[in-house]
Design a protein around this ligand. Structure first.
Ligand SMILES: [Zn+2]
Ligand SMILES: [Zn+2]
Length: 392
């Protein structure tokens, strides 16, 4: 075969082989620098509210610089691929089991992760986990400016100094190590709250939802936080193949920046995205729900006691589960209704009265059972229709 080739053919094959080798080396170099072209981002959609952008955030995670099992740049790549807008790497200040291999270097994870986060447009917030026995337990301090200052023998000093650095401080996984995982409000938390240091509580940590802590947030007016607290590679914790996602804090920020996030956290404008639920105040859940759905034909025609099909589109990444709260006198509507994410659903209605040749506004009262305003309390909302009742 080779013998039959012309000289120019054999040169062009050599050139091609050389080019292929170069491309292989290039591909290897790119992937070695974390820029594999196959990497994609799964976009999550929750609508922006009037005057704010809805940012998907995770404010609690670890790397090899404390007891985590991944390098800081991996946290950035994971977050970008999962559709997040902002993260904080919050390695333990006082617990560093890898120091035989990696020297204790507080804040180093942030420095390593920052260039990659900037390149991808991911907001990286400087944070640390103040890690003490219970009580007081573990506290995350976000937006810290001098992490070494917080490495103090007395926990009170650490929290006071973090507050002096204008950090946003929240109490992590309150139920951890408590009897039956039942969260207990200790004197230490009360003192920190009184001094204005304690501003938020982790209602969701990893896969766990804490109803007691949810109730405290409502009662004491503290910011609701939902974070992964991931130590392993995220793919070992979350079953992405089945559509699962990490827990997140949706921050309703006036602007897409670290400062915007800080202001919103202080103002308690957060909603937790946990499994197939949103947890937050009704004043945020209601516009998030209404901003996600669109009734495509809000003026259906009902002939006599006939039926009509109403199409409702849900553009968010969450399925909404609705249960009819009150029957309406004029039309019958489904007792249960699921509005799957990113799909248009059909709601069948029919006229109950012989109202003829009239158009009426009809608010159908539904509870959205997977939007929780407090433990075991669902968001009450309305689907507003304007059917035309006609005699023919
Ligand atoms: Zn912790
Ligand atoms: Zn942690």
């Amino acid at each position: 075969m080779v013998k039959d080739m012309t000289k120019s053919q054999s040169v062009s094959i050599r050139q091609r082989t050389c080019l292929q080798a170069m491309l292989l080396i290039l591909a290897f170099c790119l992937s070695a620098h974390g820029q594999a072209p196959s990497r994609t981002r799964t976009e999550l959609f929750f609508p922006d509210l009037p005057g704010s952008v809805t940012l998907k955030c995770d404010f609690h995670m670890h790397t090899v610089f404390s007891d985590g099992l991944v390098w800081p740049t991996v946290r950035v790549a994971e977050a970008w691929m999962e559709g997040l807008d902002a993260i904080s790497i919050t390695d333990h200040i006082e617990y560093n089991p890898h120091t035989n291999d990696i020297p204790k270097h507080l804040g180093r994870a942030y420095e390593i992760a920052k260039p990659g986060a900037d390149a991808l447009g991911l907001i990286l917030i400087r944070g640390m986990e103040i890690t003490r026995g219970e009580p007081p337990g573990h506290w995350n301090a976000l937006f810290v400016t001098n992490v070494n200052e917080l490495d103090t023998p007395d926990y009170h000093d650490a929290v006071r100094l973090a507050a002096a650095q204008d950090a946003f401080i929240f109490w992590n996984h309150p139920g951890w190590k408590q009897s039956n995982n039942k969260s207990v409000w200790y004197q230490e938390q009360g003192e920190a709250l009184e001094k204005g240091y304690l501003q938020g509580l982790e209602v969701v940590n990893g896969g766990d939802y804490d109803a007691i802590v949810h109730g405290w947030c409502v009662e004491k007016k503290l910011t609701m936080m939902g974070d992964s607290d991931v130590h392993d590679p995220m793919g070992m914790k979350v079953d992405f193949a089945h559509g699962d996602h990490r827990p997140m804090t949706l921050v309703l920020a006036r602007e897409r920046s670290a400062e915007g996030i800080k202001e919103a956290l202080r103002a308690r404008r957060t909603v937790i995205y946990h499994k197939n639920q949103l947890l937050g105040e009704a004043q945020y859940l209601e516009p998030l729900f209404q901003g996600s759905i669109q009734i495509l034909n809000p003026e259906p025609r009902l002939k006599g006691k006939g039926r009509a099909l109403v199409q409702i589109h849900n553009k968010s990444s969450l399925d909404f589960e609705l249960v009819l709260k009150e029957k309406h006198a004029d039309i019958s509507a489904p007792k249960k209704l699921t509005l799957p994410a990113n799909k248009t659903s059909i709601m069948e209605i029919s006229a109950l009265t012989n109202t003829l040749d009239e158009q009426k506004t009809i608010p159908l009262s539904y509870s959205v059972t997977n939007l929780k305003t407090a433990p075991k309390k669902s968001l009450d909302t309305q689907l507003s229709l304007r059917p035309i009742f006609s005699s023919k």
